[in-house]
Design a protein around this ligand. Structure first.
Ligand SMILES: CCCCCCCC(=O)SCCNC(=O)CCNC(=O)[C@H](O)C(C)(C)COP(=O)(O)OP(=O)(O)OC[C@H]1O[C@@H](n2cnc3c(N)ncnc32)[C@H](O)[C@@H]1OP(=O)(O)O
Length: 134
């Protein structure tokens, strides 16, 4: 990898960040997937995952999809549709995959899936490829 994340304090994935989400990723064909179980610290409305945190989770799996493929890119836009509440205390999956690429602009799609397979949240994000010097 061109940019070393080992010493990073990335809020999404660093194991060293004491207040981070400490996400781990599974690269399954053309999908990057992570699992998360929210607790009281992650709620907005009582018992429900905070939407901003769901957005962070989606942004992170999409960024990791790119990172796994040695593509250094930064999020420039993200659109999120929250269709169903995501309860805390129950594991859910967060997935990302590439939708298109044109020049430096890469569009990815993401979704949050509840344990019964229901799609609770959908996202589309635009990333711009940057030089390997973030
Ligand atoms: C892997 C572990 C880390 C995971 C982290 C999770 C992901 C993140 O949170 S990233 C952090 C949040 N994002 C940021 O901070 C990005 C802030 N933005 C920037 O720094 C700059 O916009 C940057 C560097 C991305 C691009 O700047 P720059 O290189 O000057 O590009 P710029 O000329 O503005 O745009 C490049 C092209 O993209 C296009 N473009 C830019 N934004 C958009 C957009 N929103 N929609 C469509 N096209 C766009 C431009 O029109 C331009 O097109 P063309 O080349 O045809 O003229």
């Amino acid at each position: 990898m061109s940019v070393e994340l080992r010493d990073s304090m990335c809020f999404g994935c660093s194991p060293q960040n004491p207040i981070g989400l400490k996400l781990k990723f599974i690269h399954d064909g053309d999908i990057c997937r992570s699992y998360f179980t929210g607790s009281r610290e992650h709620e907005g409305w009582p018992g429900i995952m905070h939407g901003g945190l769901l957005t962070t989770l989606l942004d992170e799996v999409m960024a990791q999809w790119l990172y796994e493929r040695d593509i250094m890119a930064m999020t420039v836009e993200i659109n999120v549709k929250f269709s169903k509440p995501v309860p805390i205390g129950q594991q859910f999956a967060v997935e990302g995959k590439q939708e298109s690429k044109k020049g430096r602009l890469i569009v990815l799609e993401g979704q949050v899936l509840l344990s019964d397979g229901t799609v609770a949240t959908k996202a589309t994000a635009k990333f711009i490829q940057v030089k390997n010097s973030i």
